[in-house]
Design a protein around this ligand. Sequence first.
Ligand code: NAD
Length: 313
Amino acid sequence: MRSFARLLRTREWTNGTFARSFTGWGGIVSCEWQDGEMTVPLIELNDGNSIPQLGFGVFKVDPEETERIVSDALEVGYRHLDTAMIYGNEQGVGNAIKASGIPREEIFITTKLWNSDQGTDSARDAMDLSLEKLGLDYVDLYLIHWPRPDLDRYLETWLTMEEIKAEGKTRSIGVSNFHRPHLEKILAGSETVPAVNQIELHPAFAQRDLRAYGAELGMRIEAWGPLGQGKYDLFGETALKTAAATHDVSPAQVAIRWHLQNGIIVFPKSNSRERMAENFDVFGFELSADEMASIDAIDRDQRVGSNPDEATF
Ligand code: NAD
């Protein structure tokens, strides 16, 4: 499997090829190998850093099993890992990275600041604790996990995130579960547009307005629950089943491909190595405009998780 670092280098000399091949993907910076083989695209963030568009998420991965599961994911080829303080498994993620022997700069790591750690001093302490658990000097992306508007500390927390970035403890900063008013408050009170907003997003909850607002701001969208967390029968939807049969792939691969072709950053989770490999094998087919439109039509504003305006955990 080609590495993230090689992807970065390669992008420079294949950029022209990519631009011709993928203008339909929303101007994403990515690459195509000289021999024509496709692999994980890189997306450029508004701070100049790049993120592999497909990664591996570890929500609800048992801390005891995390090292083994993340080691499997790295062997399969994933080079982008999405964890959070609240998942309780940062240590396992860090152990797997260390055990892999893969150079640090070839793996993109996101972690998130938990809600009870919002605030100036507590955010600083939380960043330091996450780095300690991960066994790293820096993460690639640090996110405010939820806005918790009732606490009214997310702007103060964001200003601290700017300082944490300036100190080199994270290369990029962003938010998660932020609605437009939360973003507007940050934009009005700080110097930095979040590099990403990580939100619940899957075909039945397509978040068109937040995606459009992100595009307006130059802020990338990351999907959590990209497969609907298994909480509704996404894979039974006719649009997915039909496209899967046409391309001889699984409905899960079609769903991931729908995210990718929409320019969304995505990191499905699975404990099974077989499914990790399946979810990574999504660069050998392309959904047609009609197939994309039929999956778009599944949208019915169906959340599977909490509403950020109301969440008080
Ligand atoms: P997901 O949509 O990735 O669904 C995971 C479920 O799908 C698991 O039950 C898994 O067994 C199943 N699955 C995976 N691959 C499959 C396949 N090929 N075929 C059939 N079933 C398959 O849900 P998620 O894990 O909640 O979301 C992905 C990541 O997003 C998380 O791991 C985490 O990193 C992040 N996340 C962030 C937030 C947030 O608030 N920021 C919330 C939830 C998740």
